[in-house]
Each structure stands twice: as structure tokens, then as C-alpha cells.
Design a protein around this ligand. Structure first.
Ligand SMILES: Nc1ncnc2c1ncn2[C@@H]1O[C@H](COP(=O)(O)OP(=O)(O)O)[C@@H](O)[C@H]1O
Ligand SMILES: [Mg+2]
Length: 319
């Protein structure tokens, strides 16, 4: 969907991005991760021509983006940044409607789309559509920022540290929300973060950058289990590798279906991560815990030994 072919960008003679080879595939969640100054934001901004590259070619759906009108290109790519960039004197509804208005959608269609997006992002349209940005919490503003980026149904969503300013609870909720939207619509998303756990949680394809170059790219499991350089190991924290692998897997991966346990133990959800399951094993002192589906139906059980022995899929061959 977006291909960077030998792309470089220099500032004052120094490369911010150097000879980048990267393909963000259609329907995939690509996450660019790396320390501050590693070239992540520059990469994202080159994709929608907020920054022009100095050499190489960037293709969007096969076309060299220099052949495309920048404004039209940006309408095909929603863009979300940390400081939401909402217009302070516009209501929530008008902020969300920015691009549909530019595209001259009929008023009724715009109003319907605004309400649909507010619902999608967990904001009650009645309560929120007529508010102004300063009447919202940080998390709510960020939701509106995401809704605005999705408004005209762009083919790609570019997100630069979109959850950076949020507290952990709101951050976790929005991460889940965006993952749900991505899976539901098979949307192509490219997200920038410097947060290791966020990157591992969201990425189909994880791209670790350093000094404007890609150090390694692949699935989260591949980077954790097969780091190609000490930089990768250091970035993900060697001592945390085991827990981070467990965080990538869910209770359903270890489920003993039908082995229902009697008793009053707090059950695990099938969608809980194995990391959180391990935490609940330690807290409860149990060797086995019951598992229910996300809507509460009994499914079976999980044993502590299964979690400890869980190796995960070694999918390195797939990258
Ligand atoms: N407009 C600019 N002018 C000069 N230098 C810049 C500009 N934008 C980015 N840089 C430099 O390019 C490098 C990469 O920046 P950036 O892409 O913002 O990194 P990241 O998003 O990974 O923190 C940094 O060294 C930064 O200082
Ligand atoms: Mg940045």
C-alpha cells in the first residue's frame, strides 16, 4: 500500500532518514518504533508529503506520490498526532466533519457520519457533538482526533504517537479501540511510538528504527525471539523478553476446552493476555483457573504449567 524505496531525507547535511526500504502492506498494522530522533515522524510525514524526501521513491497504491496532488493524497490518508490539532472554536461535530465538508458531502450524510464515528469511538453523540474541545478530557479529545482522521474513510491511517499524552487507563482503552477498528475494517494503519509495550501490542509488522535506518523489521515475536543485533535486544529489554512474549499471547491459546473447574475462583477471560493470566495465578496461588468467553460463557480452564511452558508460534519463517 505504501512503499519506501531507498528513501532519504537530510536536514543540514545530516540524514534524518537514510536509504529507507519499507513496505506497509494493505490491511496491516505497521508500527514504527525507536528512540527519540530515530526518524519515525519524518518517515510518516514523507508518506503524506508534509515533508518531501530528498532521494528515493515513495509509492502509494503503486503510484509515485510526487505524481499525486498533495491535498488529495492527504485526504486518502487520515493523520492523527499527539496534540490532536482540533480547532478550538469549532464544535466536536464540525471538527470531525472537516474533510467531508471539504469534499462537499451533503449535510445529512455528514451528520450521520459524525454520529456514527462518535459511537464507534465510545462517545455518546447526544452528549458530545455540540461540545468544544476545551470541554473534553484529554482522552476524549484524542478520540475526536481519531474520529476526524477516519471521517472520509481514508485508505490509510497515519498515527504519530497518538496516545502519548494519555494516562495509562485511557491509553489502554484507545489502544483497544483502534485495534478493534483496524480488525473490523481491515484498515491499513501506520503508527509511530517510542513505547515498547504499545508497539508489541499493536503491530502486525514491527519496524525498529535507529539513526534514520531500520535496524530490524518483522513480527513482534520475531524481534523478541530472533534479534539481529544488540540494539534490538537492548531496545526490548532482554530481562523482559519472557513476559513480553506472554503479553503477545492470549488465554485462548492455552485453553483446555471443556475442563471446567468448580469453585468460586475469579475466572480468566479468553482474551486476557497470558501475562495477565500469570499475574492472576500468582495472586490467587492457584494451579488452574476457569476461563470464560468475553461475554461470560464458561469455556474450560487454563493450568499454570501450560502458561509457563507456552513457547508460542515461532513464525520467523513467515517474515
Ligand atoms: N524540520 C526539521 N529541521 C531540522 N531537523 C529536523 C527536522 N525534523 C526532524 N529533524 C531531525 O531529524 C531527526 C529525526 O527526527 P524525527 O523524524 O522527528 O524523529 P522521531 O520522530 O523518531 O523522534 C532528528 O535528529 C531531528 O532533530
Ligand atoms: Mg517523532
Amino acid at each position: 500500500m505504501i512503499a519506501f524505496e531507498g528513501v532519504s531525507k537530510y536536514y543540514q547535511g545530516r540524514p534524518a532518514v537514510a536509504d529507507l526500504q519499507l513496505t506497509c502492506r494493505e490491511g496491516e498494522f505497521t508500527v514504527l518504533v525507536g528512540t527519540s530522533g530515530s526518524g519515525k515522524s519524518t518517515t510518516l510525514k514523507m508518506a503524506n508529503r508534509l515533508v518531501e524526501c530528498d532521494s528515493g521513491v515513495i509509492r502509494f497504491a503503486g503510484a509515485d506520490i510526487r505524481q499525486l496532488d498533495p491535498l488529495q493524497l492527504r485526504r486518502r490518508m487520515g493523520y492523527v498526532i499527539q496534540s490532536t490539532g482540533l480547532f478550538p472554536h469549532w464544535t466536536v461535530a464540525r471538527n470531525i466533519a472537516t474533510v467531508p465538508e471539504l469534499l462537499k458531502w451533503p449535510g445529512r450524510q455528514i451528520a450521520r457520519r459524525v454520529d456514527e464515528l462518535l459511537e464507534l469511538l465510545g462517545l455518546d453523540p447526544e452528549a458530545f457533538r455540540d461540545r468544544y474541545p476545551h470541554q473534553l478530557s484529554g482522552g476524549q479529545q484524542q478520540r475526536v482526533g481519531v474520529a476526524r482522521a477516519l471521517a472520509a474513510d481514508p485508505q490509510v491511517l497515519l498515527m504519530d504517537e497518538p496516545f502519548g499524552a494519555l494516562d495509562p487507563v485511557n491509553r489502554g482503552m484507545l489502544q483497544q479501540e483502534i485495534q478493534r477498528i483496524q480488525r473490523r475494517d481491515g484498515r491499513t494503519i501506520v503508527l509511530v511510538t517510542h513505547d515498547v509495550d504499545e508497539a508489541l501490542l499493536l503491530a502486525d509488522r514491527l519496524v525498529l528504527m535507529d539513526g534514520g535506518r531500520i535496524v530490524q523489521q518483522g513480527s513482534p515475536q520475531t524481534l523478541l525471539m530472533h534479534p539481529q543485533s544488540p540494539l534490538v535486544t537492548d531496545f526490548f529489554g532482554q530481562r523482559e523478553t519472557g513476559l513480553r512474549l506472554l503479553a503477545l499471547r492470549q488465554v485462548r491459546d492455552c485453553l483446555r476446552r471443556g475442563e471446567w473447574l468448580e469453585g468460586c475462583r475469579q475466572p480468566l477471560l479468553e482474551s486476557d493476555s497470558l501475562k495477565s493470566a500469570l499475574s492472576q495465578f500468582i495472586a490467587s496461588g492457584c494451579q488452574a483457573l476457569p476461563v470464560v468467553s468475553d461475554d461470560g460463557a464458561p469455556l474450560g480452564s487454563v493450568r499454570l504449567e501450560d502458561v509457563l511452558n507456552y513457547q508460542g508460534d515461532d513464525d520467523a519463517a513467515a517474515d
